[in-house]
Design a protein around this ligand. Sequence first.
Ligand SMILES: NC(=O)c1ccc[n+]([C@@H]2O[C@H](COP(=O)([O-])OP(=O)(O)OC[C@H]3O[C@@H](n4cnc5c(N)ncnc54)[C@H](OP(=O)(O)O)[C@@H]3O)[C@@H](O)[C@H]2O)c1
Length: 266
Amino acid sequence: MSLPDPTPENRAVVTGASSGIGAALAESLAQRGYSLILIARRTDRLRELADQLTSRHGVQVEIRAVDLSDRRERADLCAELSDRDIAVLCNNAGFATYGELAHADPDRERRQVELNSVAVHDLTVAVLPGMVRRATGAILITGSTAGNQPGPNNATYAASKAFANTLAESLHGELAGTGVQCTLLAPGPVRTEYAEVAEVPNLDRMVPGPLWVSAEQAAAQAIAGMAAGRRRVVPGVFAKVQTIGGQYTPRGLVGPILRTVYRKVK
Ligand SMILES: NC(=O)c1ccc[n+]([C@@H]2O[C@H](COP(=O)([O-])OP(=O)(O)OC[C@H]3O[C@@H](n4cnc5c(N)ncnc54)[C@H](OP(=O)(O)O)[C@@H]3O)[C@@H](O)[C@H]2O)c1
C-alpha cells in the first residue's frame, strides 16, 4: 500500500492546520508534492502557512476558515469536498478539556464532541465514496492514547477520542482491498498549543521533557505510517507505554489511577 500520487487536480486536506500537528502534516504533505486544502478557524495563520508552503514546495494551497464544531459551516465544507478529487484527508483538528464534567461549560463540551468525533465522521463520509470509486485514497484520523481507556476528569475528551480511535481502526479493516486506506495517529504528549487551549499549564511540568514528541516527529511518523498502509501509528516511547498500560491494565485499576493523575493536571 502506498499514498496516492499527487496530481495538479487532486488535493490533500488537513484540518487543524493552523498550528501543531496539523501544520506539520501540511508541511510533510507539501514536501511530497501534494497541493493542499488547509482548514482551521484562524485565517491569518492559514494564509501565512499557505504562502510559505507555496514558496518552499511550489504546490497550490487553498485555505478554508471553517469552525468545524458548527454543523452548518461543516455541511458547506463537506458538500464541497464530496465533489472534489481528494487524495488524502487528515482529520486532525481537536481540543481537550480537563476537570469534572458536572462543573464544565456544557457548550464547550458539546463543541468538543462535535469537533473531535462528529466532524471526523462527517468529513470522512464526505470523501470516502469518491475515494472508493477512484480506488485510491488515504485517510488519517488523529485520535489519542486518551481514547484507549476511561479518563476520569477528562471524560468528554477520552470518549470523543475513543470514537476517533475506533472509527479509524474499523475503517482500516473495512477498506482492505479497496485501494483506500485509513490510519489512526494515536499520540501521547506532543509539544503544541494543546495544553494552552486545554488550560492545563501543569501538564508541561508533570511530563518530563524527554517524554514529549515534537509535532514534526508525530507528523512524519503519521505520513510514513500512511504510506506503509499501517493501521495505527503511536509516536514516541511514552505513548507506546501509555498504550500498553491503557489497553492491558484492568479498567477497575486504570480509572482510579488516571483520576488521580488528571486531578493533578487540573
Ligand atoms: N498535543 C498533544 O499532546 C496531543 C496528544 C494526543 C492527541 N492530540 C490530538 O492532536 C490533534 C492536533 O492537536 P495539536 O496537539 O496539534 O493542538 P493545537 O496546536 O492546539 O492544534 C489544534 C488545531 O485544531 C484547530 N481547531 C480547534 N478547534 C477548531 C474548530 N472548532 N474548527 C476548526 N479547527 C479547529 C486549531 O485551529 P484554530 O484554533 O485556528 O481553529 C488548530 O489548528 C488534536 O486532535 C488533538 O486532540 C494531541
